[in-house]
Design a protein around this ligand. Sequence first.
Ligand code: GCW
Length: 717
Amino acid sequence: MLRKLLAILSAFLCFGLANQGHAEDGYDLWLRYQPLESAAKARAAPWVTAMIASTSSPTIGVALEELQRGVQGMLGAPLARREGVQDGAVLLTSAGSPLLQGLDLPFAKLGEEGYLIRSATVQGKRVTVIAGNRDIGVLYGVFRFLKLLQTGQPIDNLDLTDAPKLKVRVLNHWDNLNRHVERGYSGLSIWDWQKLPGFRDPRYTDYARANASIGINGTVLTNVNANADILRPDYLQKVKALAEIFRPYGIKVYLTARFSAPIELGKLKTADPLDPEVRAWWKAKIDEIYTVIPDFGGLLVKANSEGQPGPADYKRSHAEGANMLADALAPHHGIVMWRAFVYAAENAEDRHKQAYSEFQPLDGRFRDNVLVQVKNGAIDFQPREPFHPLFGAMPKTPLMMEFQITKEYLGFATHLAYLGTMWEEALQADTFRPNKGSTVARVIETPVDADAATGMAGVANIGSDRNWSGSQFDQANWYAFGRFAWDPGAKAEPIARDWAAMTWGNDPAVIAPVVRMMLGSREAVVDYMTPLGLTHQMATGHHYGPGPWVSDLARPEWNPVYYAKAAPDGIGFDRTAKGSDALSQYAPALVKSWGSLKSVPDELLLWFHHVPWDYRMKSGRTLWDALVIHYDTGIDKVRGMQADWAGLRGKVDAQRWAEVRDFLAIQLAEAIWWRDASIAWFQSISKRPLPEGHKPPAHDLDYYKAITMPYAPGWGE
Ligand code: GCW
C-alpha cells in the first residue's frame, strides 16, 4: 500500500517537474535536452542505438560527449560508443573514411567547416552518417542532429548539408580587465582573470558548447576601449588557458589592441605606425602571442574614436594603422578587424557621414588580412537605422558586419526585444551597389577576391548571471546572432521558432505565442522609444530611459536634441541635399526614394527629413498625431506580450515563467515612462493637443527631467 502511494506520489511529482515545477534558471540555454514526449522518443530511439567515431581528436571527443549528453537527456538512456557498425548507429566521420566507400557524398560543397547528415547503409547496417571535411564540421553536424531531435523532427530519412557563408563569426566582448562589462546587463565579465589560468571554470566549456552549437568560431575577449595590459606576458598565459578550452570547439581567441600599447607597455616615445621601432615592437609582441597561442585569431581595433588613440594622432590614415598590424600578423595567418565606428570631437560634420567620409576613400588600401568592421547603421545600434552607407561602397575591401547583441539602446536586459527581425531588416536592405538586389547580406558574404575574408561580429550580451544574458529572452539574441553569422540570408522567424522550441519546449501551444511575442517585440520598442525615424533619444551616458530634452553635453552629437531637431516649425533631421546631405552617401536609387517625401518609408521619415508638425502622413493623419499614436501602439504591444505570456502559465517551468512575467511588467512601466516623457517634451515644442482618445502624460515635463538612474548598469567603471 505504502509502495503504491509512493509510486503515485512520485509519478505526480515527475509530472509536475516536467510540466512546470522543475526549477530551471536558464543556465542550460537552448541546449536543455529535456526528455522528449514518449511517441517522439519511440520514433527516435531506433536511430540512436550507438555512436561510432572513425577518427579521434579533441573535437571528435567533444562531439561524442555532446551527442551522448543530448541523447541521454532526450531519450533517457545512455548512448554507448561502439567500434563495429550496427543498426541505428550514429557514425561520426570525415571525407576519405573507408566506411563511406560507395556512398556518393557531397564533400566538395562543405568547405572547411560544413557538414552533411545522411541516413545511409554502411556495411549492411542502417546508420546516420555525420561527416565533414574537418572535424569541426562533424561537431557542427552533431549539434544540428541534436537540434532535429530537440525540435521534434524525424531523423529516419535524413539528407542534409550545410556550410557557413561567412568565415569569421565572432563575438566581441566589451569586457574590461576589472570584469566590468561596458554596456553589459548580465553581471560581471565571465573572464575571471584573477583565477585564470589556475582555475578553468566549467562555465568556459559551456560557453564554448553554446557558441559551437550556433557556429560561432571566434571570440574577442576584451573591450574595444582597450587596455594594453592584456598584451602583457602574465595575461597572455590566462588567455592561453581560455584558448585551450575553446580549441576543440573550433573557437579562436582574439584580443583588442590599444593603439598606444608601444608607449604604454614598450616605453617608446611614439605609436606612429610608420616608425620602425613601433613596427618592430608590434612584430615582436605578435610573434610572442603566437608562441603562447599558436592559433591566435588576431586583433580588433577601435582607433581614433571616442577618445581612443589611433594613427590619426600621427597624421596617418586608418589604412596605415591597420596595415602595420596586418603585416605583423600575416606570417601567422592572423587578421585585423579594424572598426569603422569613428566620429571625432573636432568634426562638425553630421555624425552620420563621418565613417563614410573617412573610410570610403581608403577602399583598396588595406592589406588582404584586414577586415573593416562596420556597424549595421551609421549612428549607433539604434532601435532602427537605415543600413550603413559603407556597405556596397568599398568593393575592394572586405567589410564585416558588426551587430550589437547586448541591448544598449533597446531597454537593456529587462525589455523583451528579439533582434532577429532587426538584423534581417539590415541584411536584406538593398544597397543597389553595384546594382539592384545587392543586399547587405550579399555584400558581406561575397569575398572581394577568391581567398578574401568575410565575417560578422556581435557585441556579446554574456555575463556572469546564471542565465548568461541577463534575461531569458535575451538568450535568443545570442542564438540568432550565431545563425545570422552562419547565414546572413537567414530569416528571423524560423530562427525564433527553433529557439523557442529548444528553450521553452516543443508544444505548439507554447511555440506559437513565444514566436509571436518575439517577432513583434522590436517594433514595439521602436514605437515607444523612437518612432518614425527618430533616433538616439536615450538619456545621457547610461542610455537608460528617455532623455529627449538633453542639450548640454560637450559634444553636439551626444545630445538627443541634435538628432530630433524638434522646433516650433517641425521635427526631424534633414539629411537631404538641402540639409546635411548624408543621403548622398547612398546609391542614386536610394537617394531618389528616401529623398522624396512621397516615397520615403514612414519608419525613416524623421531620419532623413525635417517636416512640419502638421505634415500629412500617408495615413491622412498629421505627423504630430501619428507620433503620439506610435508611442501608444508601443505600449499596447507590450500589453499584448503580457497577455501571451499570461497564457503560458503552467505550460513552461515556473521559475523562468515568473522571471519573464516580472520583466514584462518592468517593460510596460518603462514603455509608459518613455511615452509620457517623450510626449511631454515634444508637446512643449509642438504646442499641439493630443489626438482624441490619447491621454496626457501622467506628470509634467519637469518630473520626467528630474528622474535619475544612478543604478543603470553597464556604464562607468
Ligand atoms: O554604442 C557606443 C557605446 C560605447 C561603445 C561605442 C563603440 C565600446 O555607447 O560604450 O564603446 O559605441 O562601439 O565603440
